[in-house]
Design a binder for this molecule. Structure first.
Ligand code: NAD
Length: 495
């Protein structure tokens, strides 16, 4: 496979012939070559998005026509789902189950975006703000302009969908940069976008690292940045967008608390706690990596948890039944292993795992055992995001202590409560400084509801009406309903 730059509706080579390779994290085999854009390619992509934004074809396209295109994208993703699943497994180290869910969810997301576009009301009269004989006040919503969208490697297709869907629904245009670790599925999405009839230049897709990302988001024609990635990079991006006063949506890291109360139903809470931190080998931003368990139930919970964790077996992603695969790269593997070593050195109690898996075929890939430590807030991993299959378990006595431990974090992306008492569970949910809180559930998202973080987990939201609004500017149009000079006393202020 070869992933080229998708600029102005065409697939192009890197102008300085910078071609790199992406490998399968399960076995090290080559997956694809990809073209890294030069600064002049980035410039061409942004200029194409700028021209497309002001072109009559796109500007005058009705919401219904955009909705039809979004529906076509959804249909074409479904048509090509087998091929995308295959590529996503190899490129990102996803298991087949995860890759299938990702492709299904992305197709559904574009379908939801199609409905959003159809239902968009871009002009609304505000009767409560208007006053007969004085003013008629209307809100008009306008697409914000050219977007620079930067995504990470953990859910490559899903992240691209979450970014491009609202762009098309609202009438913006974009240059999307995929992560260098996982360029492949965005290449197929580019073909789908072209084939669905998206006008040239409306969506441009490139790959590359930090330099390409920086060049993209500091381009003077960009009006909005939508970034998903680590908090540290997010902080740098916020500095870089300040000079151009850009609208910025930031979806950043997390260290989410997963609270198990004494009255939890352990027949779901134990598996739920494992799913919360082990899904995609822990490489989900909302992973429940701080497991807080109430004192009374702790021995029983831990007994079941440590029996059940043995059933989560590392597997090659070529195995269609794999549930727990590799991590994305050697760099990520090393980061995870260094956090494990640090926790051991800090005398966190290792309860399970703690090693790289190197037996047989696994040594060709980047596999880490499901790993559980008993920790307290004095341990580094209570506070820092690892992005791997490692959980820190902490005992608590009271609900107040659980809330305070949960909120004792610079992050605030997600959290969960396991309890059979809904009054108590909702009280806790309402006290958590987190953008998504599940009760007796984990990881599930709803495209009609907002997703994003409190505190250093981000700014703004994706999905839901909040996500759509972040791609629109609002204009207040004041029409005078008072057209006699004698009644316009405010003019007299200057006479
Ligand atoms: P990362 O921050 O290293 O990179 C993310 C993207 O930013 C990549 O495309 C990368 O090339 C680009 N980039 C890196 N440095 C840049 C710079 N200085 N300027 C512009 N672009 C730059 O993150 P990652 O390792 O790819 O992904 C893992 C991180 O993403 C985790 O912290 C995870 O929590 C976060 N994440 C958050 C969400 C969310 O919705 N909140 C979702 C998925 C992942």
């Amino acid at each position: 496979m070869e992933v080229k730059l998708f600029i102005n509706g065409e697939f192009k080579n890197s102008s300085d012939n910078n071609i790199k390779k992406s490998h399968d994290p399960s076995n090290g085999e080559l997956v694809t070559t990809y073209h890294v854009p030069s600064l002049s390619d980035v410039d061409s992509a942004v200029k194409a998005a700028h021209e497309a934004f002001y072109s009559p074809t796109w500007k005058n396209m009705s919401c219904d026509q955009r909705a039809d295109i979004l529906q076509k994208i959804s249909d074409k993703i479904k048509e090509r789902s087998k091929e995308i699943v295959d590529v996503e497994i190899k490129d990102s180290g996803s298991t087949m189950r995860k890759a299938k869910a990702d492709v299904h969810n992305t197709a559904s997301f574009f379908k939801v975006m199609s409905k959003v576009a159809r239902d968009l009301r871009l002009k609304t009269l505000d009767e409560s703000a208007s006053r007969p004989g004085f003013s008629i006040n209307t809100r008009e919503y306008a697409p914000i302009g050219v977007c620079a969208q930067i995504i990470p490697w953990n859910f490559p297709l899903v992240m691209a969908g979450w970014k491009i869907g609202p762009v098309l629904a609202t009438g913006c245009t974009t240059v999307l940069k995929s992560a260098e670790e996982t360029p492949a599925s965005a290449g197929i999405l580019a073909e789908i976008i072209r084939d669905a009839g998206v006008p040239a230049g409306v969506v441009n897709i490139i790959t590359g690292g930090a330099d390409v990302g920086r060049a993209l988001l500091t381009h003077p024609l960009v009006r909005k940045v939508a970034f998903t990635g680590s908090t540290n990079v997010g902080k740098e991006i916020l500095k870089n967008v300040a000079p151009n006063v850009l609208n910025a949506t930031m979806e950043l890291g997390g260290k989410s608390a997963n609270i198990v109360l004494n009255d939890a139903d352990l027949s779901i809470a134990v598996d739920g706690a494992l799913y919360a931190f082990l899904y995609h080998s822990g490489q989900a931003c909302d992973s429940g990596t701080r497991l807080l368990v109430q004192e009374e139930i702790y021995p029983q919970f831990m007994d079941l948890f440590l029996k059940r964790i043995k059933d989560v077996k590392p597997a090659l992603t070529s195995d269609p039944n794999a549930g727990f695969g590799p991590v994305v790269s050697e760099k990520q593997l090393n980061t995870i292993m260094s956090y494990i070593e640090k926790t051991k050195a800090e005398e966190g109690k290792l309860l399970f795992g703690g090693s790289r898996v190197v037996v047989g075929e696994f040594k060709k890939g980047y596999f880490v055992e499901p790993t559980a430590f008993e920790i307290t807030p004095k341990h580094t991993i209570f506070h820092e995001e690892i992005f791997g299959p490692v959980v820190g378990i902490t005992k608590f006595k009271t609900i107040e202590e659980a809330i305070s431990l949960s909120n004792y974090s610079k992050f605030g992306l997600a959290g969960a409560v396991w309890s059979q008492d809904m009054t108590k569970a909702h009280q806790i949910a309402s006290s958590l400084e987190a953008g998504t809180v599940w009760i007796n559930e984990y990881h599930l998202l709803n495209p009609g509801m907002p997703f994003g973080g409190f505190k250093e987990s981000g700014i703004g939201r994706e999905m839901g009406p909040e996500g759509i609004m972040s791609y629109l500017e609002v204009r207040h149009v004041w029409e005078s309903d008072c057209n006699e000079r004698s009644k316009k006393m405010w003019f007299d202020a200057i006479f």
